[in-house]
Design a protein around this ligand. Structure first.
Ligand code: MN
Length: 747
C-alpha cells in the first residue's frame, strides 16, 4: 500500500509549476500541505475560503503580474508553516484582503465563514491602518487601541504573515513604495513581531527592510559574510566536533547547530561597537537543543562543554532557574574556542526552544532593556498581565487542542473603552457606548452645542448613534442648532452630560430673566401692586413651585400675566379656583407683544390679548388652516386643521374646538417641520442644509437624520414666515438629486 507521501500530488506536477496558473491545482496542493501540517482541520472551510478568495480577487493582478490570489495563498502558507497557525487562521489568511480590496463586505465573510474567521479578517484589516501610524511605537493610547482590536491573537499573527510576504515580494514595487514599506516594517512590524515572540520572522523582516533601506551596507555585510563563510563553517565544524562526541558519550541526545547571525544584527553590532566586520568575532553562535524534558540535562551539557572549552564566567546566564519575565528559558554561555576566539552557546530543551521561536508569549522583554525608553514598547502593566496570562495558557495547555488554546486567548483588556478617529486621523478615547454627541463634545464644547448629525465611516448617522472602535467620525454642525433635552437620555460622557445640562440651565435662566421683565413691565403698565405675601399666595394658587417656574411660564407664554392677575383676583373674591373658560369678552395677553397672530373665526375677537400657543405636533404657520382647542389653564392650543391629534378629538369634544383664522397682522417667524427622504449619498445632508439656508430669511432650528440601508430619512425644523415661504423651501428641496419626498411633518 502506498503511503501519503508517495501518492502526493507534487509527484505529478512539473517542477517548473508556479502558483497562479491553475487555481484548482493550487487548492489541491494547499489542502495536501494542511493535511500534513495540521493535527486536525475543517477541510471544507479551507476549500470554501480558497474559492471565495479566487473569485473575489478575480481580474486583480499583483505588481509582478500574477493573479492576486497568489498573495493570500502565500500568506496562508506562511501561517501554516512558519508561525504556525490553525485552520481558522488559514481561512482568514486566504480572505485577509477581501474586505479591503473587493466588493465583498465583512458581512459576507461573516455569513459564509462564521464569526471566528470574520473577526480575524476584520481585525487584520483594521490594524493595517493603525500600523501605518508611527505613533504606535510611542503613544500609550495607540498601544491600547491595538490591543483592543486584537481580541484574538491570531489577528496579529495573520498580519505578520501578510507583511512577511509583502516584504519578500517588495522587488516588484516602485522605489518610493519600497522605501515607505521597508521603513514601516523596521520601525513597527519587526519590533512588534519580536514582542510576540516571533524571533525568526523578526529577523527576516529586519534583513529585508535593511536590504531596501541601505542597499550598500546590506551588500557589503553580505559580501563579507560570503567571503568568510567557508572559513567560518569550517571553524564551527571544528568547534562542534568534540562537543558532539562528548555529549553522545554522556547519553545526551541533542541537535547542535551553528547559527549564522543575521545581516541586520551584524550591521547593528558594527555600528554600536564601532568595528569593521573583520573585527567582529561572533558572527556565528552555537545552539544546542536537547531532546529531553529534564531541565537538569541542560546543566549536564553545560558541565561537559566547560571541560572542553574555557568559559568566560561573567558571560554565563542561567535563564532556566530564573526565567526571563517573558518566560524565556535557556542557558547562555560564552567560551574560548580554538585559536582563542570567543563563541556564544545557547543550551535549551526542545520545548524551551519552541516557546522561544514561536511562542506568542516569549520575548516580550528580550533585549529591550538596552533600548531607549521611548523605543520600549508594551511595558505597561496591562500588557505584562496579559503576557503572564498567555504564558499560563501555554504552560497549562497540555494536550488541549490548538483550537481551544487559541479560543482562550480572547483579550478582555480595554473593553470599557472605544478608540475612534477624527477625520484627520487623530485618536480619541471614549467610554463604551459613546454616541456621536459625546464625540462632538469631546472635540469641543461649541461643536457639541451645534452638532446636527455625523458621518461615521462616510455614512450619515443620527446623533444617538453608538460608536465602536475603529470608527472615523465627522461631526456636522449648524450654527442654529442647540442642545436638546432628548440628548441627555443617550449621552454617556460626563462632559457631554454636564455641558448639555449647563446649556439648558443657561437657556432657562435667560427665559426666566425674560419672563421677569415681561411680568414687571406688565404690572407697571397696569398699575398693579403686590406685596410679597400676595405674590407667594398667587404662586400657590397657580401651583407654581417658586418664582423661577412662574417667570419661566410667563416667558414661554403658557401663563400670560393678565391671567395670573385675574386668577389672583378671583381667588381673593371667592377663594375658589374656577376652571378656565374661554368667552368672547375674555381679554388675555398674547405671547407676542404688539400684535396678535390669530383670531377666533366668528370675528368676535380681534383681541390683542388672546392667550394661545401652538401645537408642537403639527407646528402651524400662517396660511395653514387652523383650529384651536380650548384648554384649562393654558388658553387656546392652535393646531393645523389636519393635525392627527385634532382629527382624533373632532366629534368627541367638539365643544372645545374653535375655528381660527390667521390675523392679517401676524409677523415674525414660525417653526415648521419638514420630512425628507431619499438616497443616502455623500453630500446629501450638506445639499439639504444649503438648499434651505439659501432661501432668504430662513434659519434651520434642528436636523434629525437617520439612514437605513442607504436610504436617507430626515426631519428638519426651520423658521419660516408663512406657508408661501415654506413652499419655496419645499420646491428647492424637491430639486436636490436623490431626494424622493418632501412633506410637512407632524410628530
Ligand atoms: Mn495582504
Amino acid at each position: 500500500m502506498q503511503n501519503n507521501k508517495e501518492s502526493s500530488i507534487k509527484n505529478y506536477i512539473p517542477s517548473t509549476y508556479k502558483p497562479g496558473i491553475d487555481p484548482e491545482l493550487d487548492l489541491q496542493i494547499l489542502i495536501e500541505k494542511c493535511q500534513k501540517a495540521l493535527p486536525s482541520m475543517n477541510e471544507e472551510l479551507i476549500r470554501k475560503a480558497f474559492r471565495f478568495c479566487v473569485n473575489a480577487h478575480k481580474g486583480q493582478l499583483r505588481a509582478n503580474g500574477e493573479p492576486y490570489y497568489t498573495h493570500p495563498l502565500a500568506v496562508a502558507e506562511i501561517a501554516l508553516h512558519e508561525i504556525p497557525l490553525d485552520d481558522f487562521s488559514i481561512a482568514a489568511a486566504l480572505l485577509h484582503d477581501v474586505v479591503e480590496d473587493t466588493r465583498f463586505s465583512l458581512k459576507d465573510i461573516q455569513a459564509e465563514f462564521g464569526s471566528v474567521v470574520a473577526n480575524i479578517v476584520d481585525g487584520t484589516t483594521k490594524i493595517t491602518g493603525i500600523f501605518q501610524s508611527r505613533e504606535i511605537s510611542k503613544a500609550e493610547s495607540y498601544r491600547k487601541l491595538l490591543l483592543s482590536l486584537i481580541n484574538d491573537v491570531r489577528v496579529i499573527l495573520v498580519k505578520f504573515a501578510d507583511r512577511l510576504h509583502n516584504m519578500r515580494t517588495l522587488d516588484n514595487l516602485p522605489e518610493h513604495k519600497q522605501q515607505q514599506i521597508a521603513r514601516e516594517t523596521i520601525d513597527i512590524y519587526a519590533p512588534f513581531s519580536h514582542r510576540f515572540g516571533l524571533g525568526r520572522i523578526k529577523w527576516e523582516l529586519e534583513d529585508l527592510s535593511f536590504k531596501y533601506l541601505n542597499r550598500t551596507a546590506y551588500d557589503d555585510v553580505k559580501k563579507a559574510l560570503n567571503a568568510t563563510r567557508q572559513e567560518r563553517e569550517e571553524y564551527i565544524e571544528q568547534f562542534i566536533q568534540p562537543l558532539r562526541e562528548q555529549l553522545a558519550a554522556a547519553n545526551v541526545l541533542c541537535d547542535i547547530s551553528g547559527r549564522p547571525k543575521h545581516i541586520f544584527s551584524i550591521f547593528s553590532k558594527m555600528i554600536s561597537q564601532g568595528k569593521t566586520i573583520d573585527q567582529l568575532h561572533d558572527l556565528s553562535a552555537i545552539r544546542i537543543i536537547i531532546d529531553s524534558t529534564h531541565n537538569s540535562d541542560c546543566f549536564l551539557a553545560y558541565g561537559i562543554i566547560s571541560e572542553i572549552y574555557t568559559p568566560i564566567p561573567e558571560r554565563f546566564k542561567d535563564y532556566i532557574s530564573v526565567p526571563k519575565k517573558n518566560g524565556y528559558k535557556s542557558l547562555h554561555t560564552t567560551v574560548i574556542g580554538p585559536k582563542g576566539k570567543r563563541v556564544e552557546i545557547q543550551i535549551r530543551t526542545r520545548s524551551m526552544h519552541d516557546v522561544a521561536e514561536q511562542g506568542v508569549a516569549a520575548h516580550f522583554r528580550y533585549k529591550s532593556e538596552t533600548l531607549e525608553p521611548e523605543n520600549r514598547m508594551w511595558e505597561d502593566k496591562e500588557l505584562e498581565e496579559w503576557a503572564s496570562w498567555v504564558r499560563d495558557v501555554f504552560d497549562n495547555a497540555g494536550e488541549e487542542a490548538p483550537q481551544q488554546l487559541y479560543e482562550s486567548f480572547k483579550l478582555n483588556l480595554y473593553q470599557n473603552e472605544i478608540y475612534v478617529f477624527t477625520p484627520k486621523g487623530e485618536l480619541r478615547i471614549l467610554p463604551k457606548d459613546s454616541t456621536t454627541v459625546d464625540f462632538a463634545f469631546d472635540i469641543h464644547t461649541q461643536i457639541g452645542y451645534h452638532c446636527i448629525g455625523a458621518k461615521v465611516n462616510g455614512k450619515i448617522v443620527p446623533l444617538s448613534h453608538k460608536l465602536v472602535t475603529g470608527d472615523q467620525v465627522e461631526i456636522i454642525t449648524s450654527k442654529n442648532q442647540i442642545p436638546n433635552r432628548d440628548w441627555e437620555a443617550f449621552v454617556v460622557t460626563h462632559k457631554a452630560k454636564s455641558q448639555i445640562r449647563k446649556f439648558l440651565n443657561e437657556e432657562k435662566r435667560n427665559k426666566v430673566r425674560n419672563g421677569k421683565e415681561i411680568w414687571e413691565k406688565y404690572i407697571r403698565k397696569n398699575s398693579v401692586h403686590f406685596g410679597d405675601d400676595e405674590f407667594d399666595k398667587m404662586l400657590l394658587t397657580l401651583k407654581y413651585e417658586n418664582k423661577t417656574e412662574f417667570y419661566f411660564a410667563i416667558s414661554l407664554g403658557t401663563l400670560p400675566p393678565s391671567l395670573a392677575i385675574d386668577k389672583l383676583r378671583e381667588k381673593s373674591k371667592s377663594e375658589v379656583v374656577e376652571p378656565f373658560q374661554i368667552n368672547k369678552t375674555l381679554v388675555l395677553d398674547t405671547v407676542r407683544e404688539g400684535s396678535s397672530d390669530i383670531q377666533i373665526a366668528d370675528g368676535a375677537s380681534d383681541s390683542k390679548d388672546l392667550m394661545y400657543s401652538y401645537g408642537r405636533c403639527c407646528n402651524p404657520v400662517p396660511g395653514d388652516e387652523i383650529v384651536g382647542i380650548v384648554t384649562i389653564g393654558h388658553g387656546i392650543k392652535v393646531h393645523r386643521e389636519n393635525c392627527k391629534n385634532i382629527v382624533d378629538l373632532l366629534g368627541k369634544k367638539s365643544s372645545r374646538i374653535v375655528k381660527l383664522n390667521w390675523s392679517t397682522l401676524h409677523d415674525g417667524t414660525y417653526v415648521a417641520a419638514i420630512r425628507i427622504t431619499g438616497d443616502d449619498r455623500a453630500s446629501m445632508l450638506s445639499d439639504i442644509t444649503s438648499a434651505i439656508v439659501g432661501v432668504k430669511n430662513t434659519n434651520i432650528r434642528s436636523v434629525n437624520i437617520d439612514t437605513f440601508d442607504s436610504v436617507f430619512e430626515g426631519v428638519v425644523t426651520v423658521y419660516v414666515e408663512n406657508i408661501d415661504h415654506l413652499e419655496i423651501i419645499f420646491k428647492r428641496l424637491g430639486k436636490i438629486t436623490g431626494v424622493k419626498s418632501v412633506e410637512r411633518y407632524s410628530g
